[in-house]
Design a protein around this ligand. Structure first.
Ligand code: ADP
Ligand code: MG
Length: 321
């Protein structure tokens, strides 16, 4: 059924430019499928823009701060406009890599060992580092697109890397650098869609390799079918651990020598024609338009249904009486 869809793009964060690319690709796909599309530029005044846009549903083409971390989802909940992707809590948890790791541990899912620290502790990093070793990865707890991420090879570089990661508004995560194959798994409607291995010429899958070319993609990954199945199950478990909805893309490393690890869950992954999730979908027989349509079908609001207990009055009756 054709609906009035507002495609929310732009936003407040460092990933604004990428978000507009996602938004334009999604808007074109939705129009091709006969939906009435309104482009909504997200930023200050979004609440007013949404009220006047008169849309049935919001397709979130936002990435990173404000758009992917539950805040815009909260606004849409208040306005009662259903939206694509995860709800408020799952979005907030996935966006904060430190909290997400706590939940992974609670669900017995392996994540890289490490510690977190705030900007004031940058000079103490060397003491806290213990036997974590080098190289290690330092990244913002609430970042994306590898912005603010460094691979640190020696003690002397540690506090600068921590200070840099803390510039993005949260704590810095310092992690053991896990060697192995970089994988990303697509999840759609609570099921594994497929996975992709990424090989890049740099030390980490950094901003340069993500958006400026030079990376190679292998679908399916160059691993045994059993190994792929295990990694995909781990990804689905991470998605469930955070309570995600609709779709997501989970980043992992298939280790050469140890446990495979979950790096993060992206609740609003890139959705241009050449982004990773659409690549995975294509391999699974789903065109870009099919994928966009399916994500739209899975849109909704957080479920907050409180059933009145038999024989009990409603809260308003109790207050009135
Ligand atoms: N602990 C780690 N060990 C090895 N590589 C890592 C580790 N953490 C991050 N990386 C590398 O940095 C990239 C970005 O890290 P990630 O945690 O996915 O954050 P984001 O993509 O949100 O910036 C990964 O794709 C991977 O190449
Ligand atoms: Mg990532």
């Amino acid at each position: 059924m054709a609906r009035r869809v507002g495609v929310l793009m732009g936003g407040w964060g460092e990933e604004r430019e990428i978000s507009v690319k996602t938004g334009e690709a999604v808007a074109a796909a939705l129009s091709a499928r006969g939906h009435a599309v309104t482009r909504v530029l997200a930023g200050p005044g979004l609440d007013r823009a949404l009220r006047s846009a008169k849309i049935d549903v919001a397709f979130l083409a936002l990435h990173g701060r404000m758009g992917e971390d539950g805040k815009v989802q909260g606004l849409l909940e208040v306005l009662e406009v259903p939206y694509t992707g995860s709800g408020v809590l799952a979005s907030a948890l996935a966006m904060n890599k430190g909290f997400a790791k706590k939940l992974f541990r609670l669900h017995n899912l392996p994540a890289p060992s490490g510690y977190s620290l705030c900007a004031e502790q940058a000079s103490e990093a060397v003491e806290l580092h213990g036997d974590l070793g080098f190289p290690c990865v330092v990244k913002p707890s609430c970042g994306g697109s590898s912005v603010g991420l460094s691979v640190v090879h020696a003690e002397g570089q540690l506090s600068t890397a921590v200070a840099e990661a803390c510039r993005y508004g949260g704590e810095a995560l310092v992690e053991r650098m896990v060697q192995g194959k970089e994988l990303t798994v697509g999840i759609l409607g609570g099921q594994v869609l497929g996975s992709c291995e990424i090989a890049y010429p740099t030390e980490a899958f950094d901003f340069q390799s993500k958006y400026k070319g030079g990376s190679r993609y292998f679908l399916p990954p160059r691993l045994s079918p059993t190994r792929i199945e295990n990694v995909e199950f781990l990804a689905l478990s991470a998605y469930r651990a955070l309570g995600c909805r609709g779709y997501a893309r989970v980043d992992l490393i298939a280790s050469e020598s140890d446990n495979d690890v979950v790096l993060e869950v992206n609740t609003l992954p890139g959705m241009t024609q050449t982004s990773l999730l659409p690549k995975i979908a294509r391999q699974a027989g789903l065109s870009f338009e099919d994928l966009v349509e399916r994500i739209l079908e899975l849109s909704g609001l957080d479920e907050v249904s409180v059933r009145p207990a038999a024989g009990h009055s409603s809260l308003s009756q109790l207050i009135a009486g």
